[in-house]
Design a protein around this ligand. Structure first.
Ligand code: HEC
Ligand code: HEC
Ligand code: HEC
Ligand code: HEC
Ligand code: HEC
Length: 215
């Protein structure tokens, strides 16, 4: 009796089934990816390999953010300082502290300290620090009172709605460029009026079109 399916159509069915199974796998993988985006939740505050405190260095000691995050005005990325930057002081300051053991080891071996990234956008979003800092958006607007944090914590959602909320009406969030790293800065007049002046002088128009942030 002739079978309904020839040998070759049997193979087609096998391939068809395989595609279905793989397809289901890919769908599950995609669902996982969408459910666990790289973007972290507000409140994310991972423990760091060294008990470095922004409250001590940027708050009490009054160090400017740019001493360590030196690329923030020139680049998309805000550089995390190399161990050498820490050792500018710590070859002398607290030179024997056990809390600085890993810093000394990193300095001796050249192996970078494995800092854990706190803020992270998905790869399909374009973000640029330089553009924001040059426009006069303070670090505090997006990162909160870092100078009061012992452990850095994400305080804003970094969601699309959050970005757009400011992009549609940036003026109240603008400040003179020389105050961007001043966490405690307060406007000496109506912030909306001051912001409008800054926005006009610089011709500020943040992108609200899709390709502005998804390039
Ligand atoms: C003495 C050096 C130093 C100074 C000064 C400093 N930082 Fe940092 N910053 C670090 C180091 C080291 C890390 C990585 C470890 C951590 O997250 O605590 C970091 C991490 C951060 C992060 C989190 C980065 C991420 O992974 O998402 C932010 C945001 C930040 N700093 C902002 C600031 C701001 C704003 C200031 C100024 C008020 C400042 N920092 C001053 C050294 C410094
Ligand atoms: C401008 C100088 C300076 C720089 C640069 C600096 N620190 Fe410090 N650091 C200090 C001072 C001052 C103290 C407080 C010392 C004290 O308590 O007497 C301190 C304290 C610390 C402590 C606590 C040590 C203890 O035993 O209590 C750690 C940990 C630390 N720093 C890590 C770092 C790291 C990591 C970096 C680089 C990202 C860094 N520091 C860069 C000046 C500096
Ligand atoms: C308009 C919002 C905004 C402003 C203003 C801002 N940041 Fe950020 N920052 C972000 C976002 C969003 C990320 C995550 C970027 C990513 O994952 O691509 C980030 C990441 C960082 C990081 C981790 C390294 C990196 O580039 O991913 C550091 C350090 C940092 N910011 C420091 C600063 C400092 C210092 C200032 C002020 C001079 C500042 N930021 C101003 C939104 C901002
Ligand atoms: C607090 C206000 C504020 C927030 C929050 C903010 N932005 Fe902006 N953004 C601005 C301003 C102001 C500019 C500068 C526009 C100009 O100079 O014309 C800008 C410019 C940009 C640009 C254009 C940069 C360039 O190089 O052309 C991009 C892209 C951008 N923002 C992405 C983002 C993303 C993504 C987020 C959220 C993760 C975000 N921004 C959050 C205020 C903000
Ligand atoms: C100001 C910057 C900005 C603009 C403009 C922007 N996006 Fe986004 N978009 C983001 C950010 C940031 C995320 C990541 C949000 C997250 O994962 O929480 C995102 C995520 C997305 C996602 C992933 C799904 C989601 O909602 O998380 C899609 C799809 C998307 N955007 C489409 C668009 C389209 C379409 C436009 C134009 C109408 C647009 N975006 C304009 C910043 C922007």
């Amino acid at each position: 009796m002739a079978s309904i399916f020839s040998k070759s159509s049997d193979a087609y069915i096998r391939i068809g089934l395989l595609v279905l199974v793989l397809g289901a796998g890919a769908t599950i993988a995609l669902a996982f990816y969408l459910a666990n985006p790289q973007v972290r939740e507000t409140g994310y505050a991972p423990l760091q390999p060294v008990e470095y405190s922004h409250k001590l260095h940027a708050g009490d000691l009054g160090m400017d953010c740019r001493y360590c995050h030196s690329s923030v005005e020139q680049a998309a990325y805000a550089a995390i300082p190399a161990t050498e930057v820490c050792m500018n002081c710590h070859v002398r300051v607290k030179a024997d502290s056990p809390l600085l053991q890993m810093v000394r080891e990193s300095y001796a071996t050249g192996q970078p300290i494995p800092w854990v990234k706190v803020h992270s956008l998905p790869d399909y979003v374009y973000f640029n620090h330089q553009a924001h800092v040059a426009a006069g958006v303070g670090c505090v607007s997006c990162h909160g009172r870092i100078d009061q944090m012992i452990v850095v914590k994400q305080v804003e959602p970094l969601s699309m709605a959050w970005c757009l909320d400011c992009h549609r009406n940036p003026a109240p969030r603008l400040r003179p460029a020389d105050q961007v790293t001043n966490m405690a800065w307060q406007p000496d007049r109506d912030p909306v009026e001051l912001g409008r002046q800054i926005a006009e002088a610089k011709g500020i128009a943040p992108p609200v079109n899709c390709s502005g942030c998804h390039r």
